[in-house]
Structure formats: C-alpha cells, structure tokens
Design a protein around this ligand. Structure first.
Ligand SMILES: [Zn+2]
Length: 771
C-alpha cells in the first residue's frame, strides 16, 4: 500500500494554442474602423435597432437593413452564443404619417360623398391639377408655364433628350409627368361623359381614382387643418405596421425581443426633453423645444455629430431630418438646432406638454425608447446608413446630453445602401421594388442567400443576373444535401453499417487517406468561417468557404461513391446545415438540408398542404358516412387500406404498419411508392389466381361426388340385370340372375354399397332441394 501512495501523477502542461485565435470585431461607425467587440456585461449584448416609420409598403431598401441586422443578430445569438436583447421601435408619429393619413382620409371622404359626376367635380379636379403643375414642375425652368398654357404641346416637346435634362434637375420629373398625364386624360374623359349625359358614380370614381395623388395634395392643403380625430392618426400607421411585420415574417426576420411604439412613449419623451432643458442643452421657442447644438458641441467634453462630423451644417440633410412639416417651425437659434418637441398646428395629432400642445420630434423618439429599455448605455445601436446623419448623431447628442455621459452607444452599425440594377432605387426610375414584389420573383431563401453574398455594411446591387447565380448556388447546396441524404439512407438500409466488405470476406472502416484529407479540409473550413465571422460578420467570405467545402465533398462522393465514409459525410453535411440554420437559410428542424417547409420552390404553405388536407378530409367524410350507416368492420379496414395504398401513395406518403398497431410514416418519392404498390398488387393477383384455381378444383370434385348420388339406392342394383333377378322393397337384390338367393356374406357387402349410395343420394337431394 505504501508504494501506491508514494506514486504521484506526472506534471500536467497547459496546452498552447497552435495559432492565435481571431476575436470578433465590428466595423464601428463611431471610429470608421473595425474595433474589437467587448460587450459591457460578458455574454449579455444590448442592442437597439431603428425600426420602420410606418406609412407605406416596405421595399427592398428596408429589407437591406432589416435582413442585414437579422443576419448579424442570428450570428451573435446562434454562432457566438451571446444572450442578445434586441430592441426595435415603430415610429407611428411622423410628418409623413400625418400627411398621408390626412390625405387618405380626405380623399376617401370625397369619394364616399360624391354620388355622381358633375361640372363642379371636374372643376375641382382641374384646379387641383393646375396647382399640382405649378408646385411640382417649378424646379424645371419654364415647364410649369408651358404645361399650363398647352399641355399637349408641352408633352410633345418633352423628347427623350429634354426629359433626361429635366430629370437632372428634378429626379421625380418623369413620375410627376406620368401622374399629370393620367389625370389629364381622366379629366377629358369625364368631360366627354358629361356631354353624353353620363353622370354616373362610376364615371365620377374613375375621374377621382385616376387623379388620386393630385386631388389628395390639394384636399390636404385646403382641409388638412380640419382633420383632428386622433383615431385617423392611429389607424393609418397601425395598418402599415401590420404590413411591415408580415413582410418581415415572410423574409424570416426574427421579431424584436422588445418592441416599442412612439405613440405609447409620449409621457417618457416629455420627461426626457425636460431633463435635457434642465441640463442646459435644449430651449423652448414658440411652443417647440430645440436642441442647443451650439451650447452642447464642445461643452463638458461633448461632441455634436460624432458619427459624421463633416455633415454638421448640411442644410439639405438637416431639413430632411426635420420632416416635411418641420420647415414651418421657427425660433431656432441656429440652423443646426433640431426639434425635440414640435408645437402642433391644427390638423396634427397633439399631446399636452409644459410647452403647450404638440408632438415629439423624430430623433428624440429613439433616444427615449432606447433609454427606456436599455438605460444609460448600450452595446450596439444600428440602422440604415441614411440614418447616420442627422438622425443617429442627434440621438447620440440627446442621450449624452440627457445622461451627461460620453458614450451612450459603444458600437454603431450601419447597413449599406441598396441599388437596383446599378441604380439608386426610386419610384421615378421604375426600379422601385417592394418586398412583396421581390417575393413574387424569388423565395425568401433566395433573397437571403443573395444578402449573404454582401457584407452587411457594403453597398449592395440587387440585380437579376446576380440572383440567377444565387439560384444556381442554392441548387448546388440542395443537390449536395440530397446526395448525402441518399448515401446515408442507403447505408442505413443495406445492412453494411457503413463498413466496406473486402475481397477476402473481411471488412474495413473506410477512413483512409482521402477521408483524412476531407476531414482536415472540413477543419480548415470551420476555422476559415470562424475567422470570417469574427471579421465583422463577413458572410460573403464565410459563404465562399462553405460552398468550397461542398464542392470538395461532392468530389469525394463522386470518386468513392461505393465506399464513402458515411460518418464523415454526415459530419460535413450537418455542419453546412448548421451554418445555413445560423444564417436563417435552413429551417431549425432540419438535420441535413434546408428543411421540409423550404423544400417547396415557392414556399407556399397552401399549395403544399392542400392535397394532404383534401385526402384527410375525404377520408373523414367516408368514415363518418360508414359509421352512420352501421357499415361492417371490414369496410372500415378496406377504407384504411385504400387510404394507405392509393391516396397516400399518390401523395408520396408511405405508411408502414408496425407490430404495435401504429404506422411508420415516411415521405418517399411518389414513383418509388407506385412501383412498390404495383409489385404488391402483382403478388396479390397471383395469390388470388391460385386461390381461385384451387376453389374451382374443389368445386369440380364436389360436383363429381354429387353426380354419383344422382341414382337412388333403390335403383342402384336394378340395372344390374346380368347379376340379379329379384329385389326387395328397398331395391336390395334378393336373388341372383340364376334364381338363387343371394348369399349372406354378399348381401352384407351389397347392403354396405346401398348405404353409401343412400348417403350420396341424400346429399344430392339436399343440394337439389336447396337450389
Ligand atoms: Zn431611430
């Protein structure tokens, strides 16, 4: 025992990593460089993303930001395993919302109250048309005057060259022209209708619908200030908020953990603004409150426009940030000062405040809602690059002025621009694509695969030729998954357990030099993907590495299809699938592949499910009918067989009846099932044929036997006159033909013969009587 105690474990050495490990870095807009990502609280990551201003359908420009942020979020949550708290707002108080809500309300009102076409209505539309010409064509010198003087000759003078020149001055020129022309022809149609005594509501509606944009602008100008029902300003954004979330769901974008809505945070906004005033960084002027950029910038270590210092003083950006109703505001000390609180005018939603009735400015909304959930500091703030100045710079100034802190946000991430076919997306260029339109052309998976080809902050060009490449890549991935699944399935069912048989009857493990090579490639790719994701979530490089792994594995399958290592293939395919799940490309439930729901090319749930549901419903109808009719048990069993062997086979569903009475459900290609069904039917037909033949033979023998019984035992011996001459009353011979009495021993035999015939004859009679 003593010697055992004296023996000690040898010294243990801490392993040294073979190479330096990459750390996660983010392209940080606060430095314009890649900075190491250090969350303030270990694994916890707090994140605020600027959400949508809800007044219209979301387009691919919005998708650029929300999909990019979704990919980063998924990588942080599912790859780096951070506990992320993702907060996003909905801006439902905004100048654009107010104007659109009022316009829609006034236009709908006009349509509802218009019962027929008359000269007054045509005049109203024509006045609106003229006003629209004056205001919308003013940027192009001389255009408004010529258009009002003679529309047709003005239109004729707009050659492609002239139009191109005009677009340089006003990018919306062509769109304006289109709207004016549509309305102009509707006006002349209406005049003709009226002259022909057709003053129906249909004609009136046609005029109004064709002139909606034009009429709405003038209605709002005239009556906008009379709109004061708060419900109008709530219902309009609520509708578009729903649409936004439908789009995000269709794109498989994760829902925010916490969602805030501006209209529900007005009291917090008022308190926040008051504190900024108290801290000396804001002032009230004529019912509005402005941020005092002059006092703030440089005071107490504060900097205004930390993200884009060079944009400070950019009037166009500042005005755009203040909103279309903002230009009416007055009283700022400097043109850099922006509104925290806007004194409302009639026709705008209002809330009471210490500065009078008003509503929050745009930028303050995000500062307040982000602070309300995440407090005085957050790890990540994000949004589209367009928001960097002034929105995000103003947010930072407000929050840092409120908290008197130096760094409210540690990492500011900005999603890059989206172009369409090389050009900025714009309604006037007709390259404007809503998310719904894009989803009609491509699946959500294809769009996401396309987005993964661009790093989140890069400029993206959404073009058809690139989408074709993406679809090709998707097919490559799908084929890879199908091939691996096929090999694995085969090995599962062929009894080899993945080992190869050798000519001498032994088996081998299939881990040779080619397998070692493939495994080492996999490890290298895993390292490379990790390095790419650490490099500010560089998805294009990560996807390249993954696709390269797929092609290496395809080569391995091709060269050794009879002897591949299934465990290794499973390892590669599971890893590729896991990366696709992390990127939101594959379903979470999938082991290998994109998953069941996304196997559909169009991803349409209804198209996928309806055939199965019809079968289910039809079977239910049948069972209920039979139960009501007290149908015998075998009819139920027959119906079950038809369901299994016919209806489900046609749907590619295989039900394997198990010993425990339940069925194993499998999705198998329809063709395979039909082939199996035909084989089964052929075997059954053969069995049936044999059964029928046997039955016929039995019947023949029975009839033969029956035939023997046709003769009555009474007559059995009477025909045998060569043997017998006299019979008793039962027909039993008493004397031979020679007149001698039949011997006793012979009589006994004859009696036996008689008895047998009696039995046969009775049976015969019974059968005959039955018939
Ligand atoms: Zn924001």
């Amino acid at each position: 025992m003593a010697s055992e105690i004296s023996r000690q474990q040898p010294k243990w050495h801490l392993p040294t990593p073979s190479s330096a490990q990459p750390v996660l870095k983010f392209q940080n807009s606060l430095t314009k460089t890649k900075t190491d990502f250090v969350p303030k609280r270990g694994r916890q990551v707090t994140w605020y993303n600027c959400g949508p201003t809800v007044y219209d359908a979301s387009h691919m420009g919005h998708a650029r930001t929300y999909l990019a942020m979704d990919i980063i979020r998924r990588v942080l949550e599912d790859y780096f395993k951070y506990d992320v708290l993702f907060v996003q707002n909905v801006t439902d108080i905004d100048d654009k919302i107010i104007i659109r809500a009022r316009q829609q309300y006034l236009f709908n009102n006009l349509k509802q109250t218009t019962q027929h076409l008359d000269a007054a209505l045509i005049n109203t539309v024509e006045d609106a048309w003229k006003a629209y010409v004056s205001s919308k064509l003013e940027k192009v010198a001389g255009a408004a005057e010529s258009a009002l003087k003679d529309w047709d000759s003005f239109l004729a003078s707009m050659t492609p060259e002239e139009t191109a020149k005009a677009i340089l001055v006003d990018e919306k020129f062509k769109m304006t022209l289109g709207a004016l022309q549509t309305s102009r022809s509707a006006i002349s149609n209406a005049q003709k209708s009226l002259a022909a005594n057709d003053s129906s509501k249909v004609q009136a509606d046609a005029l109004l619908d064709a002139s909606q944009d034009i009429v709405s602008v003038s209605l709002d100008k005239e009556h906008g200030s009379e709109v004061n029902d708060p419900k109008i300003f709530r219902d309009f954004p609520a509708y578009w908020e729903d649409k936004y979330f439908e789009d995000m769901e269709a794109l498989n974008v994760r829902k925010p953990d916490i969602q805030t809505r501006v209209s529900e945070y007005v009291p917090e906004i008022i308190t926040y603004v008051q504190k900024i005033i108290d801290n000396g960084y804001a002032y009230e002027a004529q019912g509005s409150v402005y941020f005092d950029t002059g006092r703030y910038d440089g005071h107490d270590g504060h900097h205004y426009a930390k993200l884009e210092p060079w944009s400070k003083g950019n009037t166009a950006l500042i005005e755009d940030g203040e909103g279309s109703l903002g230009s009416k505001l007055t009283g700022q000390k400097s043109k850099n000062d922006f509104a925290l609180w806007k004194g409302s005018k009639p026709g705008e939603p209002t809330w009471d405040s210490p500065w009078g009735a008003g509503r929050p400015g745009w930028h303050i909304e995000c500062s307040v809602m982000a602070s309300a959930v995440l407090g005085e500091n957050m790890d990540i703030h994000s949004g589209g690059i367009d928001l960097a100045f002034p929105h995000h710079d103003n947010e930072l100034a407000q929050a840092e002025g409120y908290y008197n802190c130096k760094q409210w946000v540690n990492y500011f991430l900005h999603a890059g621009h989206l172009h369409v076919e090389g050009q900025k997306m714009s309604k006037s260029l007709k390259n404007f694509i809503s998310i719904q339109e894009a989803l009609k052309l491509y699946t959500a998976r294809q769009i996401r695969l396309f987005f993964l080809q661009y790093q989140w902050n890069a400029k993206m060009d959404f073009k058809q030729s690139s989408m074709m490449e993406v679809i090709q890549g998707e097919t490559t991935l799908k084929n890879f998954f199908d091939n691996v699944k096929g090999v694995l399935h085969k090995i599962r069912s062929d009894g080899s357990r993945g080992a190869s048989e050798l000519p001498n009857g032994g088996v081998t493990h299939r881990f040779g030099p080619t397998e070692a090579q493939l495994l080492s490639t996999l490890q290298a790719k895993q390292d490379a993907v990790h390095a790419a994701l650490c490099d500010s979530i560089n998805t294009p490089v990560a996807m390249d590495e993954i696709m390269n792994m797929v092609s290496q594995t395809n080569k391995y399958i091709a060269t050794g299809s009879k002897a591949v290592n299934p465990h290794l293939l499973n390892k590669v395919a599971t890893w590729v699938t896991s990366m696709m799940k992390i990127f939101g490309v594959a379903d979470n439930g999938a082991d290998i592949g994109f998953g069941s729901s996304s196997d559909q090319a169009n991803g349409n749930v209804e198209d996928t499910l309806m055939p199965y549901l019809h079968t289910l419903s039809g079977f239910r109808d049948q069972v209920r009918r039979m139960a009501r009719d007290n149908a015998p048990q075998n009819q139920f069993l027959e119906a079950c067989d038809v369901l299994r062997d016919t209806q489900l086979v046609d749907l590619g569903v295989s039900l394997d009846d198990q010993e425990d009475g339940s069925a194993l459900v499998k999705l198998v290609p329809r063709e395979e099932l039909i082939e199996a069904r035909e084989k089964k039917q052929a075997i059954q037909a053969e069995k049936e044929q044999k059964r029928q033949a046997a039955q016929a033979e039995r019947e023949r023998k029975r009839l033969e036997k029956l035939e023997k019984g046709r003769v009555s035992p009474m007559d059995l011996f009477k025909s045998r006159t060569d043997e017998f001459s006299r019979f008793d009353d039962q027909g039993l011979p008493t004397h031979t033909k020679d007149g001698e009495e039949v011997a006793k021993s012979r009589k006994k035999k004859l009696q036996k013969e008689w008895d047998t015939q009696k039995k046969l004859h009775d049976e015969f009679n019974k059968e005959m009587g039955n018939q």
